[in-house]
Design a protein around this ligand. Structure first.
Ligand code: ZN
Length: 294
């Protein structure tokens, strides 16, 4: 019974299981290498090894790809097996290597073997640095923004060393509040704080209540028909003249807007252009206090 083990026994058990897991992993990869060589997947009517591992063996896509990468690297360097068994090299590293070798197809066998030897016991970050140095990979500088079908946005950014250190420091300082190590979470957290500092409403709860009682619903008017939006969903208090433009918290300068019109006006005022996507609500940082919380 696991719950009966004392701490020392539990520690030893986990360590011995981890070693067994590495040995098993190396064995799996060795077999996948052989399946690759034989093109075993053709027997099962799959056109490639990846489909065979996912559909026939039940591996999640990412796990299947990492195992294929390692298996193909093992074909290059038989010594890799013992390094995976011992935990000196892990699958994140072998995947980085294979990706780099695909990018630099002229890499020689000797270069490949020498790199495999060099990355033993390195972290993923260290591995990335040595690979890009040894293979002289291009330094990517351009920021790339990709809007994805589920409304999320994927960002590829190159930071200078200084920028990166500063971001890491901010991440450490914010980790208690964000409870996360994710960069997206950190950037959202910092943005929210900055926006709140720049534009946050300082109107008192009493004033906000008065505005809500007066307006009752979204006060946005269609500029052609002059018709009121009138929505009562997700209402926010908006400064008619923005605070950054010198607008006050006086009741005359405040009005109720629904979330959609709140964002709409905010974008107009700040000149922010946002590509149409399903992520509007998700990607816009919250700017105003929700009335629900009053
Ligand atoms: Zn509205």
């Amino acid at each position: 019974m696991i719950s009966k083990l004392n701490n020392k026994e539990l520690d030893q058990k986990i360590k011995s299981l981890a070693r067994a897991e590495n040995r098993l992993l190396a064995l799996v990869i060795e077999h996948i290498k052989e399946a690759d060589r034989r093109k075993l997947y053709l027997d099962f009517n799959y056109s490639n090894l990846y489909d065979y591992l996912v559909k026939e063996c039940g591996y999640p896509g990412g796990s299947a790809q990492r195992r294929i990468d390692a298996a193909r690297l093992l074909a290059v360097e038989p010594k890799l097996k013992t390094k995976i068994e011992s935990g000196e090299i892990n699958l994140s590293q072998t995947t980085l290597l294979q990706k780099a070798f695909r990018e630099k197809s002229e890499t020689t066998l000797a270069q490949k073997r020498s790199l495999i030897a060099k990355i033993c016991d390195m972290t993923v970050g260290e591995t990335q640095v040595i690979i890009s140095k040894e293979l002289d990979l291009k330094v990517k500088e351009q920021t790339k923004v990709t809007h994805q079908k589920d409304g999320t946005v994927r960002l590829e950014v190159t930071f200078t060393q200084e920028q990166w250190e500063s971001l890491q420091k901010a991440n450490d300082l914010a980790s208690n509040a964000t409870q996360s190590n994710d960069l997206g979470t950190l950037i959202k957290y910092l943005s929210d704080r900055f926006i709140k500092q720049k534009e946050g409403s300082t109107a008192t709860v009493a004033v906000k209540k008065q505005v809500l009682q007066r307006d009752q619903c979204c006060q946005h008017k269609d500029h052609r028909t002059n018709q009121l939006c009138g929505s009562r969903w997700n209402l926010h208090i908006d400064h008619i003249k923005p605070r950054w433009a010198g607008g006050t918290d006086d009741i005359e300068n405040l009005r109720v807007l629904c979330q959609k019109h709140n964002h709409h006006i905010y974008r107009q005022q700040s000149g922010i252009k946002i590509l149409p996507s399903a992520s509007d609500e998700k990607s816009m940082t919250m700017k105003f206090l929700q009335l629900k919380s009053l």
